[in-house]
Design a protein around this ligand. Sequence first.
Ligand code: NAD
Length: 242
Amino acid sequence: MGVNARVAVVTGSSSGIGKAIASRLSHEGWLVVLNGYRTEEAGHALAASLPGAAYVDADVSTSDGAHRLVDAATAGFGRLDALVNNAGIARQIPHRDLDAVDDDFWDRVMSVNLKGPWNLAKAARPHLVETRGQIINNASLAGLTAAGSSIPYAISKAGVIHMTKLLARALGPEIRVNAVAPGYIDTPLTHDWQPLRESIEANSPARRLGAPDDVAEVVHGLLTMSYVTGAVIPVDGGLHLL
Ligand code: NAD
C-alpha cells in the first residue's frame, strides 16, 4: 500500500455485500473506511484484518453520521476517492398486505436506504471534487422492476436509481455517479428468504444465487471505468430478463 493509496468509504460494510466490497477494494490496494450501525464487534474485527482499514460505527440516515464517516477518511487518510453507498435495510412484506407496512418501517427504510446515500453524497462531494472521484450506489433489482421484498423497500431503491442519474448530471464532470442493482444475493439479510432461493436456482439464467463477491467485482470494475456515469448495472444472473 503506497502513500498515495486511494481511499474509499463503504457504508454498511460490517456484513454481507458491503463487507465483500470493502475486502475487494482493500485487496486491490485501497484504504477503506468501514461502517455499520451498532455492529462494532464485526466492524472492528474486519478492520483489523484489512491493511490500514478503519471502522466507524455510524447511522447513515443522520447528517452527523455521514460527516463522521467522511471525516474519518479525510482526517485519517488525507483524501477521499470513492464513496460506496451500500448500507440498507429490508424486510419481507407481501405486497398485497398494505396494513403490514407500519409508519415506522416506511420511515426507517426511506431514511436509511434513500436519505442515507444523499447524506453521504452531500458530505463527500467537496472531497470527491478534489480527487475527481466517484460515487457508487447499491440499489436493487427491486428498484427497476415491480418486485422486491416489500413495496417501501422497492420505492426506496427506485429513488436511489433516480438519485444516481440526477447526481451524475449534477456532479459531472468532476464526480462520476453509478449504481449496481443486485438481484438475490446470499447474505445474512436474505439467507432465510424461502422459497425465493429455490426459485432463483431453478429459473434464473445463471441458475445460481448471487454471492457478495459478484457485486464486489462489478463495483471494482466501475471504479476502473472512466467514461461510465449515470449507469445502473443489474448484478442478478439475468433475473431482470424473467
Ligand atoms: P446485510 O444486512 O448483510 O448488511 C447491511 C449492512 O448495512 C450492515 O453492515 C449494517 O450494519 C448496515 N446498516 C444497516 N443500517 C444502517 C444504518 N442506519 N447506518 C449504517 N449502516 C447500516 O445486508 P446485505 O444483503 O449485504 O445488503 C447490503 C445492501 O445491498 C443493502 O442496501 C441492500 O438493500 C442491498 N441489496 C441486497 C440484496 C440481497 O439480495 N442481499 C439485493 C439487492 C440489494
